[in-house]
Design a protein around this ligand. Structure first.
Ligand code: FMN
Length: 377
């Protein structure tokens, strides 16, 4: 019996296990944000690798909401068709369920990729004006974003809804709003980036108003039988920023609006952040939210070993573990984890012969083939 490899149901969706492939931007889309063959390979490998759920990369609801010029988008028919091809491919050939993360980068839009330094684009490189709750840049040397007025806010909410309708048509099983890593909804949540003087700024209640309005609008557009959740940066890691208590208030309000889970990450909001990175460093935040609010929780961040993941679920710190870099390094992580924990997980039929129990004797990766029979095709 493994806690990690036990099923879990969110609304009408039963996931085979608690292993989730975390969203991962690839910064390689064509045109204005269309997925292509790279995404077939990238997401396809995860879809067959035994995880219960695979997330697409952060998928932006508008052109100005992209982090980089080559991020994924879902605001036109071409993007929808391109993503449908990738998601249908994963569903046809994989064993995992599929999820989308919808995002708007706010003041962190118009930058280079992390591997190119993540700095703002210059005018010569095609910079566009980023939008934010207040005209406060992410870092002192970053361009000042334009503060959103109510018309802009309503338009962005409508963009989230339109992208949600497209995601529903594509057939994705689960939807998550990105309210973490310092992107637009996170910028409304944090007092460091939201210094509005209207009813969307000031108190925590006011700062949560826009993220909750967007959640409500998207929940209304997302099919009622399919689950929906929110990725939240639980703390900013900066003095005066959001706290775990704020995140518990946020999560409680989301639950009241019909949220099915929260995905707890941290940071990304402010360039002054200081994070102590360690194995499972964000698990205590997920655990605190789980203890305070009766809502399924996903946890992420340097979850590396199967026993570590098993303990997180078994000890009740979270209901799901998410892996990003560990999955890129080993897309079959879930297969290997199941083997190490002594349980079975799903394989595509074509790969059933590689399951250790079907090998001639106890599976041992270090073992040389014992005889010619072992080497038969
Ligand atoms: C290449 C890469 C791309 C990422 N893109 C996203 C993204 O699109 N959305 C998001 O919420 N987090 C993104 N992240 C963060 C991961 O989802 C995850 O939260 C973080 O890497 C910590 O997990 P890990 O230690 O298992 O890598 C990305 C991380 C990596 C390495």
């Amino acid at each position: 019996m493994s806690h990690l490899f036990s099923p879990f149901t969110l609304r009408n969706l039963t996931l085979e296990n608690r292993v989730v492939v975390s969203p991962m931007c690839q910064y390689i889309c064509n045109g204005d944000g269309q997925m292509h063959d790279w995404h077939l390979m990238h997401l396809g490998q995860f879809a067959m690798g035994g995880a219960g759920l695979v997330f697409t990369e952060a998928t932006h609801v508008s052109k100005v909401g992209r982090i980089t010029p080559r991020c994924a988008g879902l605001w036109n028919d071409t993007q929808e068709a391109a993503m449908k091809r990738v998601v249908s491919f994963c569903k046809a050939h994989g064993v995992a369920r599929t999820a989308i993360q919808l995002a708007h980068a706010g003041r962190k839009a118009s930058t280079h990729t992390p591997t190119d330094g993540a700095q703002p684009l210059t005018d010569e490189e095609g910079r566009w004006t980023a939008l934010a709750p207040s005209s406060i840049p992410y870092a002192p040397d970053w361009p000042v974003p334009e503060a959103l007025d109510r018309v802009d806010m309503n338009r962005i909410k409508a963009e989230f809804v339109a992208a949600t309708e497209r995601a529903a048509r594509i057939g994705l099983d689960l939807l998550e709003l990105h309210s973490g890593h310092g992107y637009l909804l996170n910028q409304f949540f944090s007092p460091l980036s939201n210094q509005r003087q209207d009813e969307y700024g000031g108190s925590l209640t006011n700062r949560l108003k826009y993220p909750l309005e967007v959640f409500e609008a998207v929940r209304g557009a997302w099919p009622s039988e399919r689950p929906m959740g929110v990725r939240i940066s639980a703390v900013d890691w900066v003095q005066g920023g959001t706290t775990i208590e704020d995140t518990i208030v946020y999560t409680t309000a989301l639950k009241e609006l019909g949220c099915d889970f929260v995905d707890i990450t941290t940071g990304g909001l402010d360039s002054r952040q200081r994070i102590r990175l360690d194995k499972g460093y964000q698990v205590p935040c997920a655990s605190a939210v789980k203890k305070a609010v009766d809502l399924p929780v996903m946890t992420v961040g340097m979850i590396i070993e199967p026993q570590q993941a098993e303990a997180i679920i078994a000890e009740g710190h979270a209901d799901f573990v998410m892996l990003a870099r560990g999955m890129m390094y080993n897309p079959r992580w879930a297969w290997h984890a199941a083997h190490e924990l002594g349980v079975e997980t799903a394989y595509p039929t074509q790969y059933v012969r590689c399951i250790p129990k079907h090998w001639p004797e106890a599976f041992d990766l270090a073992r040389e083939p014992r005889n010619a029979a072992d080497q038969r095709a």
